[in-house]
Design a protein around this ligand. Structure first.
Ligand code: NAD
Length: 552
């Protein structure tokens, strides 16, 4: 009955309300968030179990999805489910303060960690690409990256445009699951925006969810709209159907140089993500299924040309940065030897936040009632009245962000703040101020949870970019601390071979048990970020270690 109502593949739908379907709230939370990842409003392609980020999946096959649901419905508080690359493989004996689900996705022994080997295993049904929050069941739709993108654009404005992005044109490629946050983040920051995507359906989804203002298939129309808006200083966002490589070339030919230029196509996967130039979507699909080698070659060459245009724009004054999709590496493989002249966004804008243990803290209302998120927003504003930046962000988000699936919120918080917020949420549940428990999680893109030399750990002060002991320590700390589910993945963001990272989600159900777990996990998790950056020699992190009494 439950399966028919909530998980009749490909129609998934999280249950809402205060009633349990599982035997306890810990398993119920995992169940609701798993189904939320796959629901139509949230997932980019639910029929293929694809949530976002190219082929990032929540479960390996529809049968595995069904089995995960069946086990979660029966799971006791002294058992934990083990999930191997989207397939439930067994239960182990644990205890009520241990994670209810432990997940490992896409991990390969380093020597074999290539897309070729991975794709071969995937074809044989042995592995799944988990991206970051797809396979770890805490994707919350495009809002999940919205604040990070907003912070990045604002930081760019502060560094290069005297803190004012009005009369500035920001151009980018890719309006998919995560890339779709760019238009709203850009307009919130005051800029005029042009985003290019080959797939009109993806652009339409951003219009429907109010992330984007206008869409067109006509280059000239798009150009006219954005140039007029830029002139008037209007924060207008335009989605243009096309290949970003082509559009950049035309802009260059016409001498139109964006003030800011980045990219969020799924370049991390040259086969199942990036669409080469000169092919319609249909032709691209055909080429991929008949001759993948030829597809890959075209893909790499197109990325080289795409980055070549970005470098030319950079020479002509554009502020260009890589936005975490490994475009530079694959452009280099395609022949663009200067690709790494483009800086990565983490060293450029985000690392100072990581040194404070700050990162993308997020939560979801399991009740399904948007009013519960309003209650949490107001409670946070009262808890941190001095944090004007956060209050501005929450006000903007309340007004402009449309929920997808279960109502949720993202808000970057640091060491100390995360623990206080978690305990406050537990209190709200205990006192019945919200209608059902809340779950708290984060992206794997966080201060102490990821090793990714072309992204989060690019250009570390001590050269320790590729050391992946840190995300493993993060996983162990959060498992020991009692997160409600934990995960360890490989290849998220930048693709197979290039990253390893850990995820965690923790339930606030108003109990004393939850309070103990929250105190440990929401202390340990950001502390790992401070340990990692202090150890690498960042003075700001060393200062924060002292400020928060972390025993280095
Ligand atoms: P997605 O697969 O949902 O969307 C990618 C989009 O790119 C699709 O809409 C596709 O049609 C479009 N596209 C592909 N090739 C194109 C081309 N040549 N020209 C124009 N459009 C093209 O992926 P997503 O979830 O939006 O993630 C995008 C990328 O960003 C991924 O590589 C992902 O790993 C990375 N990522 C970065 C961050 C970050 O914090 N910076 C976070 C998450 C994901």
């Amino acid at each position: 009955q439950f399966l028919q109502k909530y998980a009749n593949h490909p129609v998934y739908n999280p249950p809402r309300g205060p009633e349990l379907n599982a035997k306890n709230w810990q398993a119920e939370a995992a169940l609701r968030m798993f189904l939320n990842n796959l629901t139509d409003e949230v997932a980019e392609a639910p029929a293929e179990l694809v949530v976002y980020g190219g082929t990032g999946q929540a479960a390996r096959t529809p049968d595995d999805a069904r089995k995960i649901i069946e086990v979660l419905l029966e799971l006791e508080e002294d058992e934990s489910l083990l999930v191997q690359s989207g397939k439930p493989v067994g239960k182990v004996r644990t205890h009520p303060e241990a994670p209810r689900v432990m997940i490992a996705n896409s991990n390969l022994v380093p020597h074999w960690a290539t897309w070729e080997h991975f794709n071969d295993l995937r074809k044989r049904g042995l592995i799944m690409y988990g991206q970051m929050t797809a396979g770890s069941w805490i994707y919350i739709g495009t809002q999940g990256i919205l604040q990070g993108t907003y912070e990045t654009f604002v930081a760019c404005g502060e560094k290069y445009f005297k803190g004012d992005l009005r009369h500035r044109l920001l151009v980018t490629g890719g309006l998919g699951g995560m890339g779709g946050a760019q238009p709203l983040a850009a307009t919130m920051a005051g800029a005029t925006f042009l985003g290019v995507d080959v797939d009109p359906e993806r652009i339409r989804k951003r219009l429907e969810t109010r992330y984007l203002h206008k869409m067109t298939e006509d280059y000239h129309e798009a150009k006219q709209w954005v140039l007029e808006a830029k002139e008037k200083g209007e924060a207008v966002s335009v989605g243009l159907v096309g290949n970003i490589g082509d559009v950049l070339e035309r802009l260059l030919q016409e001498g139109i140089i964006p003030d800011i230029l980045t990219d969020q196509t799924s370049a991390h996967d040259p086969l199942n993500g990036y669409v080469p130039v000169g092919l319609t979507l249909k032709e691209a699909k055909e080429l991929l299924s008949t001759t993948p080698e030829a597809y890959k070659e075209r893909s790499l060459k197109s990325m080289a040309r795409h980055v070549g245009c970005m470098l030319e724009m950079q020479k002509r004054g554009s502020k260009v940065f890589d936005y975490g999709n490994n475009l530079r590496e694959f452009a280099q493989q395609g022949g663009e030897t200067d690709a790494f002249r483009i800086p990565g966004f983490v060293p450029e804008y985000i690392r100072p936040l990581f040194c404070e243990g700050k990162g993308p803290f997020r939560w979801a209302a399991l009740s399904g009632d948007p009013e519960d998120i309003s209650v949490t927003d107001e409670a946070l504003k009262t808890l941190f009245p001095e944090n004007k930046h956060m209050i501005h962000w929450l006000n903007e988000a309340e007004e402009k962000v449309a929920f997808q699936g279960l109502p949720c919120r993202i808000c970057w918080l640091g060491m100390g703040e995360r623990e206080k917020a978690g305990l406050l949420f537990n209190q709200l549940v205990r006192e019945g101020k919200v209608k059902a428990p809340l779950v708290i999680g984060r992206d794997h893109l966080d201060c102490g949870s990821v090793a990714s030399p072309y992204r989060e750990t690019e250009d570390m002060k001590d050269g320790s970019d590729a050391v992946s002991d840190w995300p493993l320590l993060n996983l162990m700390a959060n498992t020991g601390g009692g997160a409600t589910w934990v995960s360890f993945h490989h290849g998220g963001g930048v693709g197979i071979g290039y990253s390893q990272h850990a995820g965690m989600v923790i339930l606030a159900d108003g109990t004393d048990r939850a309070e103990r777990c929250l105190r440990r996990v929401l202390y340990n998790d950001p502390a790992l970020g401070i340990f990692r950056h202090a150890d690498a020699g960042y003075e700001a992190a060393q200062g924060n270690a002292e400020k928060f009494g972390l025993d280095l």
